[in-house]
Design a protein around this ligand. Sequence first.
Ligand code: FUL
Length: 686
Amino acid sequence: MKTQFYFTLFLTKMVLLGCQSPHQNPPDPVHPIPSERQMNWQELEFYAFVHFNMNTFSDMEWGMGDESPKQFNPTELDTKQWARVVKEAGMTGIIITAKHHDGFCLWPSKYTEHSVKNAPWKDGKGDLIQELAESCKEYGLKMGIYYSPWDRNHAEYGQPEYLLYMRNQLTELLTEYGEVFEVWFDGANGGTGFYGGANEDRRVDKRSYYDWEKTIELVRELQPDAVIFGDAGPDVRWVGNEHGHAYRTTWSNLMRDSVYAGMPEYAELYATGQENGTHWVPAEADVSIRPGWYYHAYEDHKVKSLAELLDIYYLSIGQNASLLLNFPVDKRGLIHENDVIQIQQLSAKIKEDFAEDLALLAKLTTEEYQRNGHPAKNVIDTNPNTYWKAEIGTSLILQFENPVSFNRFLVQEHVPLGQRVKSFSVEVLSDDEWISVAEETTVGYKRILRLSDQTTTAVRFTVTDAKAIPLISRISLYKAPKLVTPPILSRNVAGYIQVEVPDKNVAVYYTIDGQDPDENSTPFEGPFLLEKPAMVKAISIDKETEGKKSEISMAFFDLSKAKWKVITNDPDGKKAIDEDEKSYFTSKQGKIDIDLGENLTLIGFTYLPMQHRYMTGIIQNYEFHVSQNGDQWEKVAEGEFGNIANSPIEQEVKFSKINARYIRLLARRTLDGQAPSFGEIGIRTE
Ligand code: FUL
């Protein structure tokens, strides 16, 4: 869209606004508005999750509750290392999984034997929450507590007595370890478990069972400054996915009374918040730096790339949410080296992207005559408490003496008086014409737009619609240096490795021997066949920016599926083995049988659930069988894919070595009770 730029008209209307006191004439708030504790939390922006507990040692995502405390034995636990890594990355706090669904407690709770006091770690004298509290203090970080309401270990789970246990434990956690900034209540609850030996399925009424009001009251009493996280808040809400993505339109207002923790339709109906939401419950985007929340050695090469992490940063913090990034601390009790490298890269890139605020060089002009005590210059005074009281439809022009080049546009509302902006536009001046570069929706606490490079002498910002007079506290412009994105690796049905080159200006090199690739490695010139299972590593090298390199992408490929056949009459059967993540097969037989075409020594299998927005038939409980002849089958593994509902990532299951020609994955139970679906099935060979 182009608009004629009437420069002379503009000059006559142009007013440089004066410098009245920022606190003059505060406009009426537009409800809902944040509490002081919510505002303090909002400013923390970026903080860490640590998933470290029994699952770290049992190699699971969701333990059953029957694990022995003897398994919990980190060899080099160092919470100072966690705090150092987190602090150096520019994050502001750490939320620790004090008790996850399996019920094991990282502190020596008086109310259970299922805790560190019966673990070999420090001869049962350890208290991990205490250690973390001290490390956070030393590094100037806040500490938060994740506490799972669902407890698969506790005999009384599902009974009213359990609530007393839960509140007793919360009292320990919230009185014995100093200040806690956030109490994180997980929405996942109810299902099968050990439950003190009952080994049964226990469902609870998610709306009423927990009597949340009472628990919230307790938290308020013990830690008045802590925010409480839950699907229904009350203070901070879940963003509705585990990818760390908020939405282009993200309101901090929520119809809170319609939401309850763990409701199935939450993501679809409530995650974006609502313009007319009744309560202030801003979004927190949670995501793990690896596919799983807990440490699994087989994910050591699956740590998110810098490009992925940067995307997450812009899609969360850049879209009116805070970012809670998880580190699956490993069995030693350390943040793994690979994860450390990635977070260091991310923090360096964030610093680089936001190195210089070019808006500070601008002269600000607006067509608005009204001197209302909240002048436009407040958007560049770097004081978050001052703001420009704009009018809907009135533009603010940032004018530069010399052309500036930028590709990031940052804008913030003064949210203590409510979230107001419904839509806004950004234009740049080019040959005396205004060229639209963005038409967007909500702003909220912070909105960052990623744009293509713009070189201009003027930028025009307009709030095109709002709930009430818009209050803009900050506008910034930055020039983020180009990020060379790594190649994307995949394999086709015939077994050929393909490398998707992200950008025409790069050359790609690869290795298959585990070495890191560089410009001396094999140049990628077309799909190639892998004879044996191998780790493929590839790198992009930019031709424009004098050899600037991407990160290395890595993917492990087991034997090719070229000889495989799904045994079924359904023509869709092959979609479970077509190496295409987007296609899937739904089996009315409740299982999939595959002929591998030859006898192989197997040590495991993989199951990728269907990757659709609306998923159905996702397997929760499985059995895996093998056969030599397709007639007699032997069960080699069974279990549960923990957390697959919220995090439908590839699941890997290992078992003892066995020779087979046929494999069968059978669904004992799917999440929605429908026929099982199979995105992709894979094997692990020796
Ligand atoms: C989910 C849990 O079930 C996962 O295990 C993880 O803790 C994640 C942060 O929340 O609901």
